[in-house]
Design a protein around this ligand. Structure first.
Ligand code: PEP
Ligand code: CO
Length: 463
């Protein structure tokens, strides 16, 4: 349902049609329920706007340069993390495990593919969720749906489900704490995280490619310790790991409050994350989310899945990147294993015909969600892999470069997706099912996926 929000008061005189961080407020807004208390909203907005940025404009520019390399076939993007980050999940073990799984997956890819890997977490701000329905009925009571900790509470009572602007301040604080720890770990904790004991491989033992896998991990560790021993100060990347953050730019109040100009640079930067993305449900050309994103300098992801109109996608890309800047747009396709053959080839041709320099990334998660007979939301590892494989094959057949994957995953041993080497089945899902939204790959499934992505990439592109 589209909702027209009550406009916030703005200061300063504005040209008609001029973009500014709140110009989206004149457009139709989807997936953002109105805050009941607009005065409180206004107050929170001002307080949030006054807080310091979480990241810097030069980090955003560095990421854009790396993505420009990926777009031209040099490098690979690994983007991953929770479907919905939670405030309670802002703790040391979860953050360490997130960094660990992304790092280890990236090592596998670098080692196997021989290409640089750009790591972007769905982290430090991924607190807002689009939902297919506005309300749900719990124990006979109708209430608003949970839309992520940034907006309302998961707790199933009508009061707790009301959108509360104060949550934006909590989200900012949690994002800052998360980022602070991530930065510290990336600076100093790297050697520890790549230590052989940190690789948990036993689950692969029954798998046909276990030997190959074990050999690869041994070889990664050998390479790292060799370089570390002989040239400890030259291989800076071994001591400092680049890790970028991203979230869906869904709660536009949160994102626009942190959208700022910086000294000696033109334009506006969303300083709450390095990259933000436009969801599959909010990408209407004339809607608020596209308006907001059209004015910021960050790299932007665009999710594309059914239902979609090819020309609309082209127009959105043009609107968000009229100068065809390389590294600006990451096109994240999420068609599902059943639709990908039908939908992807035409989109690749259309985008290339227009000469848009996008990074093509595959999200094999969101088109492959289903409910078990017990009504548990899950995904099958084989469907995920099959969509990925089909996506590689289609790009190769179109002589196009698939430069990234976008995964929902965690470094924890959850049981949310079925399948994979450890053979989790539907009856095992209840063991450790934690997600508040979509099912994620666990630590083992993530490592296995990295290995399989590298295989597919090599089959498509290794010369
Ligand atoms: C998501 O990435 O969690 C999400 C909601 O994706 P999409 O917009 O592709 O459905
Ligand atoms: Co999701």
């Amino acid at each position: 349902m589209a909702t027209k929000l009550t406009p916030l008061k703005r200061s300063g005189k504005l040209e008609k049609n001029e973009w500014h961080p709140l110009s989206w407020n004149d457009f139709e807004v989807n997936q953002l329920p109105p805050y009941p208390d607009t005065e409180k909203l206004q107050d929170v907005y001002e307080r949030l706007r006054a807080l310091p940025p979480l990241i810097t404009s030069w980090e955003i520019e560095a990421l854009k340069e790396k993505l420009a390399d990926v777009a031209s076939g040099n490098g690979f993007l690994l983007q991953g993390g929770d479907c919905a980050e939670t405030f309670d999940g802002c703790n040391a073990p979860k953050i360490v495990n997130h960094l660990k799984i992304l790092l280890q997956m990236s090592f596998i890819m670098i080692h196997e593919m021989g290409t640089p890997v750009v790591r972007i977490g769905r982290i430090a701000g991924q607190y807002a969720k689009p939902r297919s329905k506005d309300t749900e009925v719990v124990d006979g009571v109708e209430m608003l749906n949970y839309r992520g900790d940034l907006i309302n509470s998961f707790e199933p009572n009508a009061e707790a489900r009301q959108p509360d602007p104060e949550r934006m301040i909590t989200a900012y604080n949690k994002a800052a704490l998360t980022l602070n720890f991530l930065r510290a770990l990336s600076d100093e904790g790297f050697a520890d995280l790549q230590h052989p004991e940190q690789w948990e491989l036993d689950f692969m033992k029954n798998n046909s490619y276990y030997k190959e896998y074990e050999e690869m991990v041994r070889s990664i560790n050998k390479a790292v310790s060799f370089m570390d021993t002989i040239t400890p100060n030259q291989f800076n990347t071994l001591h400092k790991v680049d890790m970028y953050t991203s979230h869906e730019a869904l709660n536009l109040y949160y994102d626009s409050a942190q959208t700022k100009q910086v000294p000696r640079k033109s334009g506006w930067f969303n300083l709450s994350a390095h990259m933000v993305w436009l969801g599959n449900r909010t990408r209407g050309l004339d809607n608020a989310h596209v308006e907001y994103l059209s004015g910021i300098k960050n790299p932007i992801g665009i999710k594309v899945g059914p239902p979609f109109d090819r020309d609309d996608i082209l127009r959105v890309i043009e609107r968000l990147n009229p100068t065809h800047e390389a590294g600006k747009i990451v096109l994240i396709t999420r068609f599902g294993v059943k639709e990908v053959e039908k939908d992807l080839p035409g989109l690749i041709r259309a985008v290339n015909r227009e000469g848009f320099p996008v990074v093509w990334s595959c999200d094999p998660m969101h088109g492959n969600t289903f409910a078990t007979s017990n009504n548990v939301k899950t995904r099958n590892f084989d469907d995920i892999l099959d969509e990925l494989r089909a996506t590689f094959n289609i790009h190769r057949a179109e002589a196009n470069y698939l430069g990234g994957v976008h995964l929902e995953l965690t470094g924890d041993n959850v049981t949310e997706c079925v399948g994979g080497a450890n053979g989790l089945n539907e009856s095992g899902l209840g063991r450790n099912y934690e997600t508040y939204c979509d099912p994620r790959l666990n630590y083992e499934q993530g490592l296995e996926m990295a290995f399989l992505v590298a295989r597919e990439w090599n089959a498509s592109y290794k010369s």
